[in-house]
Design a protein around this ligand. Structure first.
Ligand code: ATP
Ligand code: MG
Length: 653
């Protein structure tokens, strides 16, 4: 990293969308002035601000200190005791026991709706089962399930008894699962006989069997019967969920847990390297996700809220399960693929359940664009009132498409920046308050001190790129990396003095809006200019024939680095370009007119797919190695489709 770590910004985006008047007047934070007041209030006394938020929730013992900060170790609400599962379930029984907590749809079209009462009962039952199987406070439980209600129930049951859950995405291989089980030392694994994905059965139990063979910590395996397929059951170790819960009491008093009791371990996506076991604790995480869900999604009693993330990612933890339930909302969960049986499945679900809030990822939005607007147009999406995105910077063209085609031009979009490490949303528009600009996550939430700085911590002036940092601890921040406190200190608290370093590059504009420019490690150095990947990619995606683009640097004797762009063209009838020399020239010229000659790609390679993590993020580090003509050496355990690498390398020859 260069001393200043400055990044040149070349993207110009002038579109601004004010919150619609009707939306604003009915929302919790109805104006930019009100947001500013809240923000300033929190800045004057952050601890008082967070304590105020925390008072909405139930505590079995009050805190003696809001924050105890011994850098880089934070303790929030120290002395207090509470229970997350109690706050998600029991707290709502008197007021909304018969409201739908979870609306679930399986890929084959089967459905289940669980009210708060029912979800509470199922959770208590499974909590009693876990206790009976010998799981105690602090023990680790691995959850390797498809998107079925039992995933949420298992998480809530762990939280209820104080067991630490480690949810592993159901698409991961046996080896990836084994690594995570061993790293956490899990005592019990919850899995299923299978799950449905694109009409096929994913054989989860077989993967667990292979993983557990060399995972000595595992004593018991609980198997949810989802497909009914026959699976091997090891006597003494494996039991079916439905048999275990039979006759077990549906009453369980949630354990009163210390505020800093570990709640879960979750491994990051692996976009930049080997996944880290991020540790979150009880009270701070609860306060963070409760308040962000309420503010950012402007939750109302009659909302039907749907976040499409898998529970295997932090978004699934915070905004499918815990955040919506803490707020007493109705959360939708869908098991399968978005293109099964056809490419309109998600729109069909929105139509069917009258979903009002829809939260998804840029990678999904780019896929919807590629599939075409005929799919959403088949359905009535008028119930939608708010849209959200998370996971990567969203290219302005994808943002515009989302707004027009899915949101009908009437729904605000909340582009939410956050990380597994931050636990909860950090920077996002408040939909009734913040005018939005396509591609910007706008301004930090109250209580969050975000900044863009040079390596020594000096803020950079508006318009200039730098390192995205957080200047102060916040309640839902990670507490450590599981089993590796040294890595925690080094990765997050050593790059910029006194600050939490996010690993991302960003700039702030004249209005104080943040624009995330990609990972600092991915910044390209061209003839003395440091360019973020996001801006060049967005210029490419703005071309009508381009579906997706990933830009990386390749060593170059003259310029330091040359720009290599990997481009996926739109298929179907609307496509205006065929891969080849003409297309290459057209796209190079397009980038020059969009952002200037400095960003002109030296090389454009067409590909039918980009290497992505299982969570759908582009893995530029692998493309960088391919562009340099070398072997891919980094960690590929979280890569979605390993064959893409071979195809990309073959194209090279
Ligand atoms: P790893 O840390 O293992 O490389 P990862 O960073 O992809 O994986 P996550 O914690 O799931 O794992 O992702 C957080 C990152 O995703 C952020 O640091 C940022 O780079 C990106 N990101 C998330 N939301 C946004 C957003 N709204 N705008 C821009 N970037 C985003
Ligand atoms: Mg990360």
């Amino acid at each position: 990293m260069s001393q200043g770590a400055g990044i040149d910004s070349i993207l110009k985006e002038n579109r601004v969308f004010a919150p619609p008047h009707e939306f604003a007047v009915a929302s919790r934070v109805p104006s930019l002035e009100r947001y500013q007041e809240l923000y300033d209030l929190a800045e004057r006394d952050p601890e008082a601000y967070w304590a105020g938020v925390a008072l909405d929730l139930r505590w079995t013992k009050p805190w003696t200190q809001v924050l105890d900060w011994q850098p880089p170790s934070a303790r929030w609400f120290d002395g207090a005791e509470t229970n997350l599962s109690h706050n998600c379930l029991d707290r709502h029984l008197a007021t909304r026991g018969n409201r739908a907590a979870l609306i679930w749809e399986g890929e084959p079209g089967d459905a289940r709706i669980l009210t708060y009462q029912q979800l509470h009962r199922e959770t208590c039952r499974f909590a009693n089962v876990l206790l009976r199987l010998g799981v105690r406070q602090g023990d680790r439980v691995a959850i390797y399930l498809p998107m079925v209600p039992e995933a949420a129930i298992a998480m809530l049951a762990c939280a209820r008894i104080g067991a630490v859950h480690s949810v592993v995405f159901g698409g991961f291989s046996a080896e990836a699962l084994r690594d995570r089980i061993n790293d956490a030392g899990a005592k019990l694994v919850v899995t299923a006989d299978g799950g449905y994905r694109r009409g096929k059965v994913v054989a989860l139990k077989a993967a667990v069997d292979a993983a557990v063979e060399r995972a000595p910590s595992v004593e018991r395996v609980v198997v949810v019967r989802r497909t009914g397929d026959k699976v091997a059951m090891e006597p003494g170790r494996d039991s079916y969920w439905h048999e275990l819960v039979e006759g077990v009491s549906d009453k369980h008093e949630a354990a009163s847990l210390p505020a800093e009791h570990p709640l879960f371990i979750l491994y990051t996506s692996g976009t930049t390297g080997k996944p880290k076991g991020i540790v979150h604790t009880t009270a701070g995480y609860m306060v963070g996700v409760y308040s962000t869900t309420q503010m950012v999604f402007d939750l109302k009693d009659n909302d039907t809220y749907w976040c499409t993330a898998d529970v295997g990612w932090v978004t699934g933890h915070s905004y499918v399960v815990y955040g919506p339930l803490l707020n007493g909302a109705t959360t939708v969960m869908y098991e399968g693929a978005p293109d099964f049986p056809e490419q309109d499945r998600l729109w069909k679900i929105i139509d069917k359940y009258d979903v009002t809030i829809f939260y998804t990822a840029p990678t999904a939005i780019r896929a919807f664009m590629r599939w075409g607007e005929q799919w959403p147009m088949r359905h009535d999406l008028a119930s939608l009132r708010l849209l959200g995105t998370v996971g990567e910077p969203i290219n302005p063209e994808a943002w515009m498409w989302y707004r027009q085609v899915i949101g009908g031009g009437r729904c605000p979009i909340v582009d939410t920046w956050w990380q597994t490490e931050t636990g909860a949303i950090m920077c996002s528009p408040l939909p009734g308050a913040t005018p939005t600009k396509p591609g910007s996550c706008t301004r930090p939430l109250p209580g969050i001190a975000m900044d863009v700085v040079t390596r020594d911590g000096t803020p950079v002036p508006p318009g200039q790129g730098g390192l995205l940092v957080v200047r102060r601890p916040w309640p839902s921040m990670l507490r450590t990396v599981w089993g590796d406190p040294e890595r925690y200190a080094r990765t997050y608290w050593s790059d910029v003095p006194g600050c939490y370093f996010t690993g991302d590059g960003a700039r702030r504009d004249e209005d104080g809006y943040f624009w995330v420019m990609g990972r600092v490690d991915d910044v390209i150095n061209v003839a003395g200019h440091r360019l973020g990947t996001m801006e060049v990619e967005s210029a490419l995606v703005a071309h009508p024939a381009v579906a997706e683009a990933a830009v990386v640097g390749r060593p170059d004797d003259l310029k330091g680095q040359a720009i290599v762009a990997f481009v996926t063209l739109k298929g179907g009838t609307g496509a205006r370009l065929e891969p080849g020399e003409d297309a290459r020239k057209a796209l190079m010229a397009h980038v020059v007119t969009e952002i200037g000659a400095i960003a002109r790609p030296d090389d454009i390679r067409f590909t039918d797919a980009l290497p992505k993590t299982r969570s759908g993020k582009i893995m530029r580090r692998l493309l960088k190695e391919i562009a340099a003509g070398g072997e891919t050496k980094g960690d590929t355990s979280t890569l979605e489709d390993i064959s893409i690498l071979a195809r990309l390398r073959a194209d090279d020859e």
